[in-house]
Ligand binder design. Sequence first.
Ligand SMILES: [Zn+2]
Ligand SMILES: [Zn+2]
Length: 105
Amino acid sequence: MSTCPHSNVRCLSEFELIRKYRCESCGAVMMCACDESIGRKFLAQQLEFGVELDTKRAVPVTAGFQPKVCEECRGLPLTPHPMAASPVAPQKFRDTIGVNSASRP
Ligand SMILES: [Zn+2]
Ligand SMILES: [Zn+2]
């Protein structure tokens, strides 16, 4: 059992419906617990491997679902899902989101 809190994770590919994250500290690959119910129901075949965006390599998921992995669960600014968003450059879209949430009362 690892005692790593997996507090320094990086998304392997934002283009996957169920995102996989690699912990920079211990190297474990995991998914966020908030994706677990939908993942097990509809995307069971995507839960064992992730695809690294840069290399297109399949990366085995070693740590399964872990709590508080994604930006949303960790209270960080959301990275918009490129599949759901319009074909705007992700950075631009992120900036727009930032402006909107900052100007909200
Ligand atoms: Zn870790
Ligand atoms: Zn989450």
